[in-house]
Design a protein around this ligand. Sequence first.
Ligand code: N2P
Length: 374
Amino acid sequence: MSPEVPPSTRRALLRAGAGGLLGAAVAGCGFMPAKTPDAKDLAPPRARVDGDLVYFNWADYVDPSVFKGFEKEYGVKVVQSNFDSMEGMVAKLNAGNRYDVIFPSAKWAQRLARGGRLRRIDHSQITRAKDVFGAYPYFADPWYDPGSAHTVPFTAYKTGIGWRRDRLGDLSGSWRDLWNDAARGKVFLLDDRDEVLGMGALELGLDVSTGDSGDLDRITRLLAGLRPRLRGFSSDSYNNLLNGNALMTQAWSGDMAAMLNQAKDPSVFGFEAPKEGTPINSDCYAIPWNAPHPGTAMLFIDYMLRPENVKKNIEYIGYPMPVAGSEKVYAALVEPFPECLVTEADLKADLFFRNGSRTAEDARDTAWTHVKAG
Ligand code: N2P
């Protein structure tokens, strides 16, 4: 990704595979909160120490040394827990668990904000807000949260295929590669409803978010043919490739970039962004309505945006962060896997997963159950 910059620099960034960002229309929403939170609870918190930070995120999604720096500077502890799907994250919130900072992807941020589940975020409380919202106009007014009133973007990524080049050689650049006979029995798909149905949709030329029952039947039939070739469903893509359980896996671009840090010889691995299209997404920082320490959460977001922390974190997690000045760090990191860059063309394709009607979301749940059961 790149910020809005003067034309000459901008062209250079585009040549390097980076690009600007685009807006999009808002879709419907099937999320209903269990109870409507009190409006006063949703007022934007002031950035100030009001307790330890209760942090809830994917595993390995912040550099541990950045946590240490935050703890030391503010004299608080980071109390961590992890989820491994958006559904899992929301289930914990619905069960009454309280967190200070959570990391929903775009459509989940939209659901939570519309359901009254997120505190507003006052950009004037964030020291480097202009490095994000000034430099990346896309995130100043994203489709999932108008005005970024409840969120700050954390990362961006696309979904593709990671594979062992040493074992399989070159692939063809299509989602069809998942059916490759040489990889049979050693293929993983992400353990993620939207990613798996979205991959089937792209292969068939359908909308990635389709909730149409005819479309979902076609997707389910297609994936029934892939199911016997799979080793399983797992979102731990880079460990599966590194330890040899997978020869090929559906994967988020950032995880493949993070794998490069762990690999003794990066040329053993490949990452491709299939030609039929790649889902695109952004995870963001958000503060739940019932956060026990929302002031500390604001300080944490602020701390994460400092240039030295952005650099450390990008290098550790493998995902680009939309913060002015960090673009070169990411481009250098993914030099061996240029397809990890989130380009203007990716964003223009607008392959974000969208919220559907209650009926459409239910139909997708049913299709996913069938796909997983095989
Ligand atoms: C980090 C997982 C990132 C999740 N390992 C992408 N939404």
